[in-house]
Design a protein around this ligand. Sequence first.
Ligand code: URA
Length: 435
Amino acid sequence: MRTADIIMKKRNGGKLSEEELRFFIQGFVSGEIPDYQASAWLMAVYFQGMDPEETGHLTRLMMESGDVMDLSSLKGPLVDKHSTGGVGDKTSLILAPLAAACGAQVPMMSGRALGHTGGTLDKLESVKGYNVSVSQDELKDIIAAAGYAVIGQTEEIVPADRRMYALRDVTSTVESIPLITASILSKKLAEGADSLVFDVKCGSGAFMKTLAQAEELAASLVKTGESMGRRVIALITEMEEPLGRMVGNFLEVEESWNCLTGVGAPDLMEVTTALCARMLVAGGICGDSEEASALCRSKISSGEGADYFKKNMMAQGADWDWFLSRCGSWRAPVKADFRADRDGYIRDIDAFGTGMCALGLGVGRNKATDSVQPHTGIHFLKKRGAPVKKGDVICELFAVNEGDADKALTALESIVTIGSAPLEAKSLILKEIGA
Ligand code: URA
């Protein structure tokens, strides 16, 4: 077999066999296939696509390029949720303890902030002591103790994706449905979950800007995951405005705790409950999403969700007293208020713009090697649809210096739009695919 022939076959719109894909992935991971040939292959896939069978083979071969966790010794359905990435999206931090309180076991392999989107690992690491780098045995112990664990991707898990994603990033081949499907699913399958729920975000703050693109990705994830014997549900959820009230690392952990111990922002709780309910259905704990949503809500009012959150924090090394004592007060030193410049109703808080604004405050990173600020961010006191009077504070910013705060205040002028008419409330759940 010759790499050039495989590239040519795909370039001409042909269908690659499992053997050809195995030859390519093994050669790519071992370094025998150089990046210039892999780049040409990626571009051929970008333009010609792959059918479901090819996508399934690619996903399995990528998964098998590294370690596959065996969590079968854990009791209870193993369920995970993956989001394609948004702004203010802290649903994982709230739904994992809720799902655990309902009897699920959640092995959550999460990512870091990049560009305008936040990262669950960076958020949790803003809490003193929280450790996301654990061995497979420690992971099992944490799940056994707390019902869920949040860990980073290790060097041993899906090495093919790490190499391929880096190459896709510099060859403009990220936006390909089969490549995204294989990249996301290979990692999720390697972490050992039996059932998966995908939150495919759609809108200005999301990877998929239109409903048609989001539907295509959601259908591909569900179909490929099912072809590999997993129960998979995808929800397409709107990401036009940041989710919840906080955008920041510690700020979002604090907001998650507030949701579990009191009243969360309606948009955040709608998406969190919908996703958690699908986890319970996919894991076979509940028969339908209405019953599952009611069970999730009951775990907030009973305080059991909060108990699991605390159990996980302690099991992953966090200093619980440090965390509680800083909730409501740990903020970067420079505070600035962004105020309404007229009377009216908030029409839009652009999610992408907010994510970029938060990035400028140090919440996220431009490249993988940058570090993040734990205590900077944005706290929205008003959200889309809220009535405002001129001079009302719409959001508070927390920055490490005056320069960053000034830039963020200027950016917010074009991020927040105020109109004169009230807005109709609408659901953020756009579509459900699978199971
Ligand atoms: N997230 C991933 O993990 N992979 C992709 O290809 C895109 C988003």
